[in-house]
Design a protein around this ligand. Structure first.
Ligand code: MD3
Ligand code: FE
Length: 209
C-alpha cells in the first residue's frame, strides 16, 4: 500500500520464521562490544529508544566507524544476508525495475529498541550521502508511526500502525520526509515471538565511501 509517493507499506512481509531469526540476530548484535546504547543528543537530551548499529555507527548527527558515543569499539559489520534482505524488500515494495531502487548495496543497519514508554520525535534522516530508499522492518509491539511532510515537523501528517513483521520502504519523494514514533502499544506483539517492547531495523545505503 503506497501512503505517499515512494512510501510503501507491506504488512506482515517478514512472516513468523524470519521474525524469529531477525530477533535472535538483534539480540546478538545488542551485546558488547559496540552493543545497544543510550543515545545522547548535543542539546543534553536523551533518546528514549536505545540503539545498536551495524556497518557504520550513527551518532547525533553523523556516521563513524566506531561507537564514538558508546564504548568506542569498532561497529559490527553489516552481514551480507541482511544487505540482501534489503534488496529483496525494495523489490517487494516497488516491483522489479531497479530505477528507483538502491543502486548500491545496503551497508548500514540501525536497530532501535523501544520499551513501553519509548518514543521518537519527528525528524528527517539526512546523514546518508545516498538517495537510496530506507527499508524499515518492525518486530514486537505495534507502534503508531507518524509520516509527515518534507517542509516541517508539523501537519500535514498521517498516522499508520506498524505491526510485527511489517515492511515499510521510504524512497523517492518520501526519502526526506519528517517522521516519528509518537507511541508504542504495550503487549500487542505476537506472544510466540517472545519480545517485550518493539524493535525497528532500518537498512540504509550510506554512500559514505
Ligand atoms: C522515512 N526509525 O531509525 S521507522 C530511524 O520505528 C527511524 O524506529 C523509526 O525513524 C522507528 O531513523 C521509524 C520508519 C522510517 C525509517 C526511516 C525513514 C521512516 C523513514 C527515513 C526516511 C523517511
Ligand atoms: Fe528516521
Amino acid at each position: 500500500t503506497a501512503i505517499a509517493p515512494g512510501a510503501v507499506h507491506v504488512p506482515d512481509w517478514l512472516g513468523a520464521r524470519r521474525q524469529g531469526e531477525l530477533l535472535a540476530a538483534c539480540r546478538a548484535w545488542a551485546r558488547p562490544p559496540a552493543g545497544l546504547r543510550t543515545v545522547r543528543t548535543p542539546g543534553g537530551g536523551v533518546m528514549t529508544a536505545r540503539q545498536v548499529c551495524l556497518g557504520l555507527h550513527w551518532y547525533p548527527y553523523g556516521y563513524a566507524p566506531t561507537a564514538v558515543d558508546g564504548d568506542g569499539a569498532p561497529v559490527k559489520p553489516m552481514p551480507p544476508w541482511l544487505a540482501e534482505l534489503g534488496r529483496e524488500a525494495v523489490t517487494a515494495a516497488y516491483g522489479d525495475p531497479p530505477e528507483s531502487g538502491p543502486g548500491a548495496a545496503y551497508d548500514i543497519a540501525l536497530i532501535n529498541f523501544y520499551a513501553g514508554d519509548s518514543r521518537m520525535g519527528m525528524h528527517r534522516d539526512a546523514e546518508e550521502r545516498s538517495t537510496a530508499p530506507v527499508v524499515s522492518l518492525s518486530l514486537g509491539d505495534t507502534c503508531v508511526f507518524r509520516f509527515g511532510n518534507t517542509a516541517s515537523r508539523g501537519r500535514p501528517y498521517r498516522d499508520v500502525e506498524l505491526r510485527s513483521g511489517d515492511l515499510f520502504v521510504f524512497g523517492e519523494e518520501s526519502r526526506l520526509a519528517y517522521h516519528g514514533v509518537p507511541k508504542v502499544l504495550p503487549g500487542t506483539g505476537p506472544r510466540e515471538l517472545g519480545l517485550t517492547g518493539r524493535l525497528n531495523i532500518t537498512l540504509r545505503v550510506g554512500g559514505l565511501g
